[in-house]
Design a protein around this ligand. Structure first.
Ligand code: GLA
Length: 379
């Protein structure tokens, strides 16, 4: 059918810069070679049909003229409807009904941001159906707005930005205050492994919103002392150490400002061709800070990082994404093998009585519309 459009949006690995995006910081992420494939076509009735074999509650239909939030096993459809709503408000949405079918090869609930990938795949399809094309920066903002306003998660632009701007063998660097995007080359012969605890990381029900609010509260106190500080990542550590501030807010703020320094050191290191062995410890230090100061780790995630640290083919390891469950990223030499990963998984199983899933990913291209020739069959 010639009015059919196809799109792909990758999942992402948060490489470094934990909870910095909504604090005006600079973050590093990589798009991965797994994601969401979407196919869409116009319908004659003013009705939408969302389908997916990868999610439960697989067919959702409704009127495009009266969108309603979904719940239960249809909740996944909110990522699509949120995008539709933002596009409608901007007069960029299809004015006819449509059907949208999603397929994924991305592990779910593993901290790889399937939600941002669903949003970006949906946005690209709907814009293509309405014959609109937008710069990637705007696409990112539309998807973030959908997540903030329709889904209700006060996230920043790390996930959507990384999925949109990903490039093969490169990390995406996002200055979240300026909303500017660039990419940096990764050292050759390194690999990414994800160890997924399988502990459901449901950011909406978790402490994500609480952490976001704590960061805002810390900033309010800091700004009362120094009005020139615009966002938490700009606060000097020396100021933080000398102010009266509740202990929990101090810890959150310390994590944010020190994490920002690690991101800058990592980014400079990549540009100066530093060795992975020199840069990797910054990832492990990030995890320690998440665990002690931001308190978004879990004993299971700490255990994985500790086991991975012992392995000399691992340059660094840290929780990736929002935390409170989900997965650990290990940045390794290319010699780190399935057998090595399996040994880590066995250690974990001995301790926690369930086996983590593990996957290796390649830093890959970002979200794009697909030609009919390179479409994977949506089933
Ligand atoms: C989730 C959010 C992102 C970011 C990370 C933590 O992935 O969606 O916006 O805040 O957590 O860095």
């Amino acid at each position: 059918m010639n009015n059919t459009v196809h799109a792909f949006a990758p999942g992402r690995i948060e490489f470094l810069g934990n909870h910095l995006d909504y604090n005006g910081g600079t973050v590093l992420g990589t798009a991965i070679n797994a994601g969401i494939y979407a196919v869409a076509q116009m319908e004659n009735e003013p009705t939408f049909h969302l389908r997916s074999k990868s999610f439960e509650g697989s067919v959702i239909s409704g009127s495009i003229e009266k969108l309603e939030k979904l719940s239960g096993d249809q909740s996944w459809g909110n990522y699509c409807l949120g995008v539709l709503k933002v596009l409608q408000d901007k007069n960029l949405a299809p004015t006819q009904g449509f059907s949208l079918t999603l397929r994924t090869d991305l592990p779910m609930s593993a901290g790889l941001s399937s939600s941002a990938a669903v949003e970006l795949a949906t946005a690209q399809c709907l814009l293509a159906l309405s014959k609109q094309s937008l710069p990637k920066e705007e696409l990112v903002n539309i998807c973030r707005q959908a997540e903030n306003e329709w889904v209700g998660l006060p996230c920043g632009i790390l996930d959507q930005g990384t999925s949109a701007f990903g490039e093969t063998n490169r990390v995406v660097q996002i200055d979240c205050a300026k909303e500017s995007y660039s990419t940096l080359p990764l050292p050759l012969r390194t690999s990414f492994w994800i160890f997924d605890t399988g502990i459901k990381h449901d950011l909406i029900d978790s402490h994500y919103g609480t952490r976001n609010q704590e960061c805002k509260d810390a900033l309010t106190i800091i700004q009362a002392l120094d009005g020139s500080i615009e966002c938490l990542t700009q606060c000097p550590v020396s100021l933080l150490q000398n102010i009266e501030i509740p202990e929990n807010l101090k810890k959150r703020a310390l994590h944010v400002v020190e994490e920002q320094a690690r991101v800058h050191r990592f980014s400079d290191g990549l540009q100066n061709k530093s060795l992975p062995l020199e840069l990797g410890p910054l990832l492990t230090a990030s995890h320690k800070s998440s665990s002690l100061n931001f308190e978004n780790s879990l004993p299971e995630l700490d255990f994985l990082v500790e086991e991975l640290r012992k392995e000399e083919k691992v340059f660094g390891a840290r929780l990736t994404g929002g935390g409170f469950g989900g997965a650990v990223l290990a940045w390794t030499s290319q010699d780190f093998s399935q057998a090595d990963a399996n040994l880590i998984a066995l250690e974990y199983e001995n301790e926690w009585k369930h086996k983590p899933n593990y996957h290796s990913f390649l830093p890959s291209k970002g979200a794009c519309l697909l030609d009919h020739s390179d479409v994977k069959l949506v089933n």
